[in-house]
Design a protein around this ligand. Structure first.
Ligand code: PLP
Length: 424
């Protein structure tokens, strides 16, 4: 197809007519597809089926002969903290193993910071006139929703291939009302970027206006490679400690996309003071986490090698879906100038960048064809993409055949929206 920019209005009208006939054909197929969220597919969950019968009848003692059925142990099982020590980049004593959701840990850290303050702070954050967070954009909608629900003002920071634009970050963070920053340092949601060594070191070392500034380091995709390559990520806890800011990073991860998304284990890692602070707060909220779930995870995963083997199984199931999307987008959109898209090396998302003002139209057209997509704007604070350009594609959950059908719909809808935009 001739690039849209080289077509005169007459040619564009003819193109649009062709595209609309193809759209009517797709509509007639009565598709019902969902690409809204990055959920593991059933065949990925099947990889952890053994968990459903674990820890097994009468197997309920931990390595330290603690009865996992009972109350207590708010820091979580030592053997599981040891197993995840390499992934989190912290010694077991500086890790908390919790219940099933790292988002819940992020929520709790934020809520405790608002209600009680954090080490090094003069007062609870809620007593400040204004609390602001830096938000690399595009980013994860649930991070933004947490800020919104607690009245935290969000300041957008553009992403670069190396992570957030550090010149912008270093400038904004001098404002003492900036108390935190969201970071998805590896295979970022949704752009797939991994922070460079320089970015991590600068985040760890920068001078913040607030003495109690925190990095909410959400390493949700630490193990979620789609290729044989393994990116290098500087250990943020070590870098921050070396730079004299040991308490700065709150490091989060979970097994939601390793074992069972609704029944995994979430982790928090931080400095000794951070862990003491967190346990002090969390110990009031609960007498302890679900240790039986932690025990069965320790039994099932066994060691870090077991963890990596399991992730290979995920990669084998996920990678073909990502390849299918990029292959179809290349085939149907390549050379048209109607969009750009990422070809991520890990994580759960493909980012599609449409021409200005087209993203919400693509979602609307896709819905008309039976494909539910993440709403346009979801990747931006307050749900507003000022240029209406960015879309997040989540190919993990549908079957390969459904992903292929969905990619065809997305390509066609993008072409229609881009052609309409050129005719406006
Ligand atoms: N953080 C990021 C960046 C995510 O993309 C997701 C899920 O999509 C989560 C956190 C949710 O993590 P959890 O299931 O541990 O709450």
């Amino acid at each position: 197809m001739t690039p849209l920019s080289e077509q005169n209005p007459e040619a564009l009208h003819a193109t649009l007519g062709d595209l609309q006939s193809r759209y009517a054909e797709l509509q007639a197929r009565g598709l019902k597809l969902d690409m809204t969220r990055g959920k593991p597919a059933p065949d990925q969950l099947d990889l952890s089926d053994d968990l459903l019968t674990m820890p097994g009848n009468r197997d309920h003692f931990t390595e330290s002969r603690e009865d996992a059925r009972n109350y207590g142990g708010v820091q979580g099982l030592a053997e599981l903290r040891t197993l995840f020590s390499g992934v989190l980049g912290a010694p077991p004593a500086q890790i908390v193993a919790g219940n099933n959701s790292s988002l819940a840990l992020m929520h709790d850290c934020l809520a405790y910071a608002l209600l009680k303050g954090v080490p090094g702070g003069a007062r609870p954050w809620s007593r400040e006139e204004t609390v602001r967070f830096l938000c690399p954009v595009p980013g994860y909608d649930r991070h933004f929703a947490l800020c919104e629900t607690y009245g935290i003002e969000m300041l957008s920071v553009p992403m670069t291939p190396d992570g957030p634009d550090m010149a912008v970050v270093e400038d904004l963070v001098r404002d003492p009302s900036v108390k935190g920053m969201w970071c998805v340092p590896q295979y970022s949601n949704p752009g797939g970027e991994t922070y460079s060594d320089d970015t991590v070191r600068r985040l760890a070392a920068m001078e913040a206006g607030a003495p109690d500034f925190r990095l909410f380091w959400d390493n949700a995709y630490a193990l979620h490679h789609l290729t044989e390559r393994r990116p290098h990520l500087v250990n943020v806890l070590e870098a921050a400690a070396e730079a004299g800011h040991p308490d700065r990073p709150f490091v989060f991860a979970s097994t939601s996309k390793v074992t069972l998304a609704g029944a995994g284990v979430a982790f928090l890692a931080g400095s000794p003071d951070t862990i003491r602070w967190y346990l002090g707060c969390a110990g009031k909220r609960s007498i302890g986490p679900d240790k039986l779930n932690q025990l069965r995870h320790a039994r099932f995963l066994r060691d870090e090698a077991g963890l990596l083997r399991l992730m290979d199984g995920h990669r084998q199931r996920l990678a073909p879906k990502f390849t299918a999307v990029t292959r179809i987008l290349d085939r149907d959109l390549g050379g048209t100038g109607a969009a750009r898209w990422t070809d991520p090396e890990g994580g759960y998302f493909i980012l599609l960048e449409t021409p200005e003002g087209c993203a919400s139209r693509v979602v609307e057209l896709a819905a008309g064809c039976g494909l539910a997509m993440t709403p346009a704007g979801a990747t931006h604070p307050y749900g507003r993409d000022p240029h209406d350009r960015i879309l997040r594609l989540a190919p993990s959950y549908p079957s390969l055949a459904e992903v292929e059908a969905a990619a065809e719909v997305i390509a066609l809808c993008t072409l229609i929206a881009a052609t309409e935009a050129r005719l406006r």
